[in-house]
Design a protein around this ligand. Structure first.
Ligand code: C2E
Ligand code: MG
Ligand code: MG
Ligand code: MG
Length: 288
């Protein structure tokens, strides 16, 4: 491991550390190339209404089909992009691809795009969103940005200003991974957010831990009182969906309803057919 010597200026590198750093530099260079060649893809995961399970939109998730390593996890390449200054370019491409795709969906469907905390501080952030909306022609109301809590530790005023500008345009703002940050409740009242996404870690424990269920129920109720909609992330079981619906959670996202897919056409058609059945008063069995 690293040893600080003397004044602490010199750090000794072991062969393992050197190898890890070489791998990181290589991955960074490959990410640069992937961005230059527009090689990143977007996977879309359905967001469904809890009342009838109709698809109300999709979350866009970055995918990197890597020539050497196969699929690299966003948990690896997103932090890499953030620490190397590539995240702006990555996000711009994601926004453009996601908004372009949404143009082919029914008008009532939204697309949610993850925005890295480091970008929310920059002046160009709002202009970039406006530019993408203009270039693609997507209505602002159909775009939702997902932000995480981490960012607000610094420069809250500035970030609040940027988010207010987006809301004024009609763009929706969702707080992602709610409950995992430092001062969730504080931000809930101070930020102009339209939706709160309850973190998967709370959803995972539903039915196993009564204190956890009470927290979920209270968060949904509190959001409702504040006029904020709620989405539960990572819903995998019917038992979780039942409890969440019972406490008033508005939307679901999770493997129970659909995994992220590069082409969501089949999901859209299935949802549309299902809606037609419901509207014509026929159940799935009767129509089949
Ligand atoms: P997130 O925004 O909270 O996205 C949800 C993650 O949970 C996705 O992982 C999704 O595939 C996964 N997930 C959804 N439902 C289930 C479920 O039922 N079970 C399980 N086990 N997992 C589920 P993914 O695609 O690996 O993305 C991980 C994170 O990487 C995202 O978390 C987001 O924070 C980040 N990310 C992905 N794409 C982007 C991007 O374009 N920009 C930025 N800034 N971050 C991104
Ligand atoms: Mg997200
Ligand atoms: Mg999330
Ligand atoms: Mg999450």
């Amino acid at each position: 491991e690293a040893k600080a010597k003397g004044t602490g200026q010199f750090v000794e590198f072991t062969p393992e550390m050197q190898a890890a750093q070489d791998e990181r530099f290589l991955l960074q260079r490959e990410l640069e190339v992937a961005l230059e060649t527009q090689a990143l893809e977007v996977a879309f995961q359905p967001l469904v209404r809890s009342s009838n399970r109709q698809v109300m939109g999709f979350e866009a998730l970055a995918r990197w089909p890597h020539p050497r390593l196969g699929a690299v996890s966003p948990g690896v390449f997103i932090p890499l992009a953030e620490s190397t200054g590539l995240i702006g370019q990555l996000t711009e491409q994601m926004l453009f691809k996601a908004c372009s795709a949404a143009l082919h969906w029914p008008n009532h469907m939204i697309v949610a795009v993850n925005i890295s905390p480091v970008l929310l501080r920059s002046e160009e952030f709002v202009q970039n969103i406006v530019k993408v909306l203009e270039q693609t022609g997507l209505a602002a109301q159909r775009l939702e940005v997902e932000i995480t809590e981490g960012v607000f530790v610094y420069d809250t005023e500035r970030v609040v200003g940027h988010l207010k500008a987006l809301r004024a345009l009609g763009v929706q703002v969702a707080m992602d991974d709610f409950g995992t940050g430092y001062s969730s409740l504080n931000y809930l009242t101070r930020l102009p957010i339209s939706k709160l996404k309850i973190d998967k870690s709370f959803v995972d424990r539903i039915g196993e831990d009564s204190a956890n269920d009470a927290v979920v129920s209270c968060v949904v109720g509190l959001a409702k009182t504040l006029g904020i909609a709620t989405t539960a992330e990572g819903v995998e079981t019917e038992a979780q969906a039942t409890l969440l619906r019972g406490v008033g959670c508005d939307y679901f996202q999770g493997y129970l309803f659909g995994r992220p897919t590069i082409d969501p056409t089949a999901t859209i058609i299935a949802s549309r057919n299902n809606l037609a059945r419901v509207e014509s008063g026929l159940t799935d069995e009767q129509k089949a």
